[in-house]
Design a protein around this ligand. Structure first.
Ligand SMILES: *Cc1c(COP(=O)(O)O)cnc(C)c1O
Length: 366
């Protein structure tokens, strides 16, 4: 049986007529940049995240970039983050001219290990950028404690974790600002690139709004050097159609995960650890297995989708060699990169498909 890692067509089928009607409405209006649909999405994402403000932007990457620029973080500044993340997290810090300072992960959750953050703080540290990886939020209480002791901003990279919670609090609502991605493979995915920043800080909100439009206020009078970080209404209306389904889709992912957990119980397969403080949205369901590369090859040969998130931690990337880190510096991140693999967990999976995934892995490992 063929099982793709993600099947966006299965989801699209269920909302196709609504999406097409909404896009047609945008085209009829010819409001193709910004406008009321973007504002409506911002209000709804702010509400869904328990935040006062939201700013639609062009991608999750640009959400992080806009945050860093709006917080005036640049050359000479340091930002603490994790090496075990998608490239954009660390890439954005470097792009604004600041220095990424890396801290290893907790091997159980794959999120930044708060116990190792404080020793990384220097006089130059301006912010902590925790990533809520795979749908589960980082351990935020100790992170906020350190941030308040040293007067640091906290930027949540919640690209994979929209509406997930930590001690009942929504992703993006705890730090200074939170960043979401609407990349199509995220739980709330657009029909192209898109992203959003949420915050409860009104002054920061105003800067984020100006920064996404070249720092202009009024038009053609530029207060600071921003960029074009705008979100298109075509994306906004597609996301508005999908948003009411988000909770049910995330619940379906949790059910799929529970099914896998049960079937892998008592085997050599290490299933995800979800902290009792967190409700995850399972943007990814990641296991650890012995002989990982052979298991991946075996699944692919049997037309079962899987992927390695992420095979190379940031400190081992060629482009970050100038940071001076080397192999062995972040052993938990390196070990995770060698052992981890993601399985299909998208909402439309059937029990038959999940059984095919599990059987394929277990017969190979036996
Ligand atoms: C997807 C993702 C991003 C970037 O989002 P884009 O919309 O692809 O630019 C940033 N950080 C993490 C952790 C992500 O998963």
């Amino acid at each position: 049986m063929e099982v793709p890692l993600l099947d966006l067509r299965a989801q699209y089928k269920t909302i196709k007529s609504e999406v097409l009607a909404a896009i047609s409405e945008v085209l009829d209006s010819q409001v193709c940049i910004g406008g009321p649909k973007v504002q409506e999405l911002e209000a709804k994402i702010a509400a869904a995240s328990d935040c006062r403000f939201a700013v639609g932007v062009s991608s999750g990457t640009d959400a992080i970039l806009n945050c860093l620029m709006s917080l005036n973080i640049g050359p000479g500044d340091e930002v603490i983050t994790t090496p075990f993340t998608f490239f954009a997290t660390v890439g954005c810090i470097a792009r604004v001219g600041a220095t990424p300072v890396l801290v290893d992960i907790d091997p159980k959750t794959y999120n930044i290990d708060p116990a190792q953050i404080e020793t990384a703080v220097t006089r130059r540290t301006k912010a902590i950028l925790p990533v809520h990886l795979f749908g589960q939020m980082a351990d935020m209480d100790p992170i906020l404690g350190i941030a308040s002791r040293y007067d640091l901003a906290v930027i949540e990279d919640a690209a994979q974790s929209i509406t997930s919670t930590y001690k009942g609090k929504k992703a993006g609502s705890i730090g200074t600002a939170g960043c979401f991605s609407f990349f199509p493979s995220k739980n709330l995915g657009g029909i192209g690139d898109g992203g959003m920043v949420v915050t409860n800080d009104e002054a920061l909100y105003k800067r984020l709004m100006l920064m996404r439009n070249h720092g202009a206020e009024p038009k053609y009078y530029h207060k600071f050097i921003g960029a074009n970080f705008r979100l298109d209404p075509i994306q906004a209306v597609a996301l508005l159609v999908k948003l009411p389904h988000l909770e049910a889709w995330s619940e379906a992912r949790r059910r799929n995960a529970a099914y896998y957990n049960e079937r892998f119980a008592g085997t050599v397969v290490q299933t995800p650890f979800i902290s009792p403080a967190c409700v995850t949205i399972y943007n990814q369901y990641c296991i650890r297995v012995p002989r990982r590369d052979e298991v991946v090859a075996h699944l692919k040969a049997n037309k079962i989708g899987c992927e390695i998130y992420y095979p190379v931690p940031a400190h081992m990337q060629e482009c970050f060699s100038y940071l001076g880190y080397g192999e062995g510096d972040f052993p938990q991140s390196e070990k995770a990169a060698d052992e981890i693999m993601a399985l299909p967990v998208y909402p439309e999976l059937t029990d038959e498909m999940k059984d095919a995934v599990v059987d394929c892995i277990l017969t190979f490992l036996r």
